[in-house]
Ligand binder design. Structure first.
Ligand SMILES: [Zn+2]
Length: 433
């Protein structure tokens, strides 16, 4: 078959960023090649059907569908092909990898066949997979990290599936029938919901044909999906008590940039985060150590629309107020004067060094590119462009970013652990921005 010229070009011309953009805008092209430096060939099928699209009555249904289809595909696949699946807020993803073209083509055909026309009569498989999800969720209950994540989600996605407790999924999931799954499958498996990525370091015409042939069956879309935006609760304090913990996890979260943010804003935010992580910053870390607080982490999460920024520690009851005050004062300093020039220059140099190393790893580059293409509809800037932005960034840029993000009305504080005896008023009073 004759391939669209743009696709075959792209395959060999990854170095030319413009080509990727052209292909992406080309309405005839429905999938994208992203080369990776390895002998393997990868096919990633993204279906827009994550937790964020589930209403309360069907909580967890995407997860069940993901397990069910995976189980059916697994039965059909030979051992020499690697197959996996996952679900997150935004997507169900099925991925295949193999070193041999023929194996991969066969596996892809199988996956596609099952995906588009699953046999919804396998009651035993269905019951087994439902049980395995329940045990997965049961394990989550004992997983402190996961519980913290859920609490953070609750402050971000108010009235959205991720704002509900995962325990709520269980009774709903028990009631789900194969008919429910079949109806849901029919609803989500449309061309607008699918994006396919093929990646390899050199051309594999048979893999290419296998994928393009499928375009006739299902016109795979290149569209950017639309997800609900997180509705941040304003200045909320979430308290979750767990008598089994001696001490408390404290997490202060802020809504950060959304995925349509400019490349410059993203770079500046990254620099701001590195500055917050740095132990030398204006003595804030020193002050924490004096209070006996050693564990402090800064996390940035990119969500479907808005991400969040969080600072987290594990503290004892009598350190809680001090922690809130010190973190709030760090935010205040960053907003008022920004980091010192010398600290900023050092962080910038380190950041550019790290970025260059990261860019060299192909899986990192694939993650960056595919994520951007899926969620933003464009490709991230080239290494050189990012490097130039970082090199010309100033202390003032960081200060402006801090002003944008650290607003008291947008702060959410999570307190998770033993009973602290502190009232919400006492906590709120300590947060002076
Ligand atoms: Zn699962």
């Amino acid at each position: 078959m004759n391939l669209p010229k743009s696709i075959s070009n792209l395959y060999w011309s990854f170095k030319d960023r413009k080509l990727i953009e052209d292909v992406y805008r080309d309405s005839d092209c429905h999938f994208i090649y992203l080369p990776r430096d390895t002998k393997k060939i990868f096919i990633d099928v993204y279906i827009k059907a994550g937790a964020l699209l589930e209403d309360e009555r069907q909580a967890g249904i995407g997860h069940v569908l993901e397990h069910y289809i995976s189980a059916l595909v697994h039965k059909e696949l030979p051992d020499d092909v690697k197959f996996g699946a996952k679900i997150n807020d935004d997507y169900i993803v099925f991925y295949l990898e193999s070193e041999a073209d023929t194996t991969l083509v066969h596996a892809f055909n199988t996956l596609f066949e099952v995906l588009t026309r699953p046999d919804f009569s396998q009651k035993e498989v269905f019951d087994y997979e439902k049980r395995s999800i329940m045990s997965e969720l049961g394990e989550e209950k004992n997983d402190i990290e996961r519980r913290l994540e859920r609490l953070v989600e609750r402050t971000r996605y108010v009235d959205e599936p991720n704002g509900r407790s995962f325990v709520d999924h269980l009774p709903k999931m028990k009631e789900l029938s194969l008919e429910n799954i079949a109806t849901y499958h029919k609803k989500i498996l449309t061309k607008e919901h699918i994006t396919i990525f093929v990646s390899a370091v050199k051309s594999h015409p048979s893999v290419l044909s296998a994928v393009t042939d499928k375009l006739d069956i299902l016109n795979v879309s290149k569209g950017v999906p639309d997800f609900p935006r997180p509705t941040y609760s304003d200045f909320s304090i979430v308290i979750d008590e767990d008598p089994n913990l001696s001490g408390s996890y404290l997490v202060m979260t802020f809504p950060s940039l959304n995925r349509t943010a400019s490349l410059k804003d993203e770079v500046i935010l990254d620099l701001l985060i590195e500055i917050m992580k740095d132990p030398e910053h204006k003595g804030a870390r020193q002050e924490m150590r004096e209070q006996g607080i050693y564990d402090i982490t800064v996390v940035q999460h990119e969500g479907a629309h808005n991400g969040y920024l969080a600072m987290r520690s594990y503290v004892s009851n009598d350190q809680i107020v001090a922690w809130i005050q010190i973190v709030a004062s760090l935010m205040r300093i960053l907003k008022e004067s920004g980091p010192s020039q010398s600290l900023f220059e050092r962080i910038k140099g380190e950041w550019i060094g790290d970025m260059t190393t990261h860019w060299r790893t192909n899986s990192g580059r694939f993650a960056l590119l595919s994520d951007r293409i899926l969620n933003q509809g464009n490709v991230p800037g080239y290494k050189k462009e990012i490097e130039e932005i970082a090199a010309s960034a100033t202390v003032n840029d960081v200060r402006e970013m801090a002003k944008k993000i650290f607003e008291r009305e947008k702060v959410n504080l999570i307190l998770f652990g033993e009973n602290t005896g502190l009232s919400r008023e006492e906590i709120a009073k300590a947060m002076v921005f």
